[in-house]
Design a protein around this ligand. Structure first.
Ligand SMILES: [Zn+2]
Length: 242
């Protein structure tokens, strides 16, 4: 078998392994990502509740000010009532008194509503902070598990990287640069086996000339349709020596 082709098959197999290792690491991180997203959501909810609580308190204070204001007014009205001389004055002052009393009643009702809201927000914050603590704990535990898993995967990948270095040293410089160019667009499917007469990269049938070339295994052959490097699937890379 052509030694360049053998190098390319090996190289692409290693690249695929490295790609899979990367994917495996990403897959292992997915639980952590889910937890982090949950934590983000809780943090946003806590902030929202804190803002709501603050708004309720601000509104409550406004109503308290309003009560103080109308209480002063009532005091004034009482003073005025002492010096009432006409029926008209009496009528006008009692309207003023009614309005002030109504305002105070209204403000008190608002305060009651707002205090209930404050309580609700405070309870919700406690609840969310508890959930946040729980998530933090889960993240810490997941982090330990993940670190172990990743370390194990990285150990495996070291061997693959070592193998890659070895093959890179063996491979002809021009052949390697040719492979790199194809790899830019074909990624890990740069060197693909044929199945029957079909290129497994583009799923198209090779023309007869290319097909015969592939079977001969004497040259580095590219697919007549997509340009990927194609080889005969029956090659046992481990047994072949370059
Ligand atoms: Zn093809």
């Amino acid at each position: 078998m052509n030694k360049h082709l053998l190098h390319l098959v090996k190289l692409s197999k290693i690249d695929k392994e490295l790609e899979n290792i990367g994917k495996e690491i990403e897959e292992n991180k997915s639980d952590m990502r889910t937890l982090e997203r949950k934590q983000d959501k809780i943090t946003r909810e806590i902030n929202q509740e804190k803002e709501n609580l603050q708004n309720s308190t601000i509104n409550k204070n406004k109503n308290n000010l309003s009560i103080a204001e109308f209480s002063d007014k009532l005091e004034n009205i009482k003073e005025k009532q002492k010096n009432i001389k006409t029926e008209r004055e009496l009528k006008s002052i009692s309207i003023e008194e009614d309005i002030a009393k109504e305002q105070i009643t209204h403000a008190n009702k608002q305060i009651e509503i707002l205090e209930n809201k404050e309580k609700e927000h405070q309870e919700k914050i406690v609840e969310l902070e508890d959930a946040d603590k729980g998530i933090k704990k889960q993240i810490e535990e997941e982090d330990k598990v993940l670190t172990k898993k990743v370390k194990k995967i990285e150990k495996t990948s070291k061997a693959v990287f070592k193998n890659q270095d070895k093959v890179k040293k063996e491979v002809d410089e021009k052949i390697y640069s040719f492979y790199s160019k194809i790899k830019k667009w074909a990624k890990e499917a740069s060197v693909v086996p044929i199945e029957d007469k079909v290129c497994t990269g583009c799923q198209m049938e090779l023309n007869d000339k290319t097909y015969i070339e592939v079977l001969k295994r004497e040259n580095v052959v590219t697919c007549s349709n997509c340009g990927r490097i194609v080889f005969d699937d029956t090659i046992n890379v481990e047994e072949e020596t370059a």
